[in-house]
Design a protein around this ligand. Structure first.
Ligand SMILES: CC(=O)SCCNC(=O)CCNC(=O)[C@H](O)C(C)(C)COP(=O)(O)OP(=O)(O)OC[C@H]1O[C@@H](n2cnc3c(N)ncnc32)[C@H](O)[C@@H]1OP(=O)(O)O
Ligand SMILES: O=C([O-])CC(=O)C(=O)O
Length: 379
């Protein structure tokens, strides 16, 4: 059996410096470059937040206009990439599609020599930010509906609106655009979480942006990280009332199961993003005439706090919010990618600006010495 080391998971250990984000300030706070998450979610567009993370300051009106137009102009997918996406079967997981799409784009549009001109990294980041939503929705609509979506839309400036329009073939309501915008802001950045750390380790070898982001997608996929929004939906979907949810959840806790969408490696009191997405989930529940899903989610929150003192993380109320907007469960974690790519890329740029290869040590727990045994003498 594997021995769990006291330092397992590197919890509480600093692995470097960042100017991008604070997580768990006074046990519960979150800021991006000093701006509080509540303020950003209430006032900013996702594009403003992306600019803040990647370019270092909030854009003025002209800079924002230019940035939005730049991102819009980068939405088209190359024909070779579309051909690859069309080969991926319908039952593939969209996170695998994104991983492949990102990696393939790196073959046909490799990042130019960023060592000589660091700003080339930002161009690769902007291209990924503009194309990742197109990659996943193009594949989804082709494999599920046989439709080749035109991803080059110069009409809708927000990534939130563009994503929902490509997915549903119609422009979203104001409410849906607002919720998606807030969701993208909440998911954009989170210090040295597992996927960002993956991207930074990759960057520290002086690898290219596409490799760093591809690695980030792979790390985010797991249910202990970004995959939790999808896993939370799978859990709550069958429960048709709050009482049914409570009984089923109590059984899961008795079985010592992990409940997806609860707990956090850094926050100890609450996840500040939960109040924000929960508020939007409630608004959507009222707007759609939902008669149980929001109540089920709220009861899960009550039971988990009462029984385990565990709070909802950013993922839990995202599940119901996305369902109310008719987003298929399999696309929940890919939306997280469309947002977190800003954080990953900003960390890659930060790592490159002050780089030393990341190479920690391990505490060796194997045998001191092993005598060689010839192959025919082995048991
Ligand atoms: C966007 C994001 O990535 S947010 C995280 C999304 N992930 C999830 O929602 C998955 C469910 N949550 C978890 O697995 C964990 O809470 C993590 C991975 C987020 C954090 O993990 P850690 O910091 O290692 O916390 P750890 O696992 O040590 O938890 C401490 C105790 O609480 C328990 N616990 C933590 N989270 C949960 C949970 N969701 N359900 C049940 N018990 C839990 C653990 O079993 C452990 O109990 P023990 O001391 O009796 O063994
Ligand atoms: O920070 C973490 O460990 C997980 C994460 O990415 C997030 O909560 O957004």
């Amino acid at each position: 059996m594997t021995k769990v080391l006291s330092g397992a998971g590197l919890r509480g250990q600093s692995a470097g410096e960042t100017a991008l984000c604070t997580v768990g300030k006074a046990a519960a706070g979150l800021t991006y470059r000093g701006y509080d998450i509540d303020v950003l979610a209430d006032n900013a567009s996702f594009e403003e937040v992306a600019y803040l993370l990647l370019y270092g300051t909030l854009p003025n009106r002209t800079q924002l206009h230019d940035y939005e137009h730049k991102l819009m102009s980068l939405r088209s997918l190359p024909e070779e990439l579309k051909a690859v996406l069309e080969l991926i079967p319908k039952d593939a997981h969209p996170m695998d599609v994104m991983r492949t799409g990102c990696s393939f784009l790196g073959n046909i549009e490799p990042e130019l020599p960023f060592e000589k001109q660091p700003s080339l990294g930002l161009h690769a980041a902007d291209r990924l930010l503009a194309t990742l939503p197109a990659i996943v929705v193009y594949w989804y609509r082709f494999s599920h509906d046989g439709v080749r979506v035109d991803t080059h839309n110069m009409h809708i400036s927000s990534l939130a609106g563009h994503f929902l329009t490509m997915l549903h073939d119609e422009e979203p309501s104001e409410l849906h655009t607002q919720v998606m915008n807030a969701s993208l802001i909440l998911y954009a950045e989170h210090e040295f979480n597992a996927s960002t750390f993956t991207a930074r380790v990759c960057a520290s070898t002086l690898s290219d942006m596409h490799s760093c982001v591809t690695g980030g997608i792979g790390s985010l996929r797991g249910p202990l990280h970004g995959g939790a929004n999808e896993a939370a939906m799978d859990m709550i979907e069958p429960w048709k009332s709050a009482d049914e949810a409570e009984a089923a959840l109590m059984q899961k806790l008795a079985n010592k199961e992990k409940i997806m969408g609860f707990g956090h490696a850094i926050y100890s009191e609450r996840d500040p993003r939960n109040d924000i997405i929960k508020k939007w989930s409630k608004k959507l529940s009222e707007a759609t005439g939902d008669d149980h899903l929001y109540a089920v989610s709220e009861r899960c929150e009550e039971v988990m706090w009462r029984e385990k003192k565990l709070f909802c993380n950013a993922d839990f109320f995202h599940a119901s919010a996305y369902r109310f907007m008719n987003i298929p469960t399999k696309l929940f974690t890919p939306i997280f990618v469309c947002s977190r790519v800003t954080g990953w890329a900003a960390h890659v740029m930060e790592q490159r600006a002050n780089n030393r290869i990341i190479r920690p040590s391990a505490d060796y727990i194997g045998p001191d010495h092993a005598d060689w045994v010839a192959i025919d003498d082995r048991p």
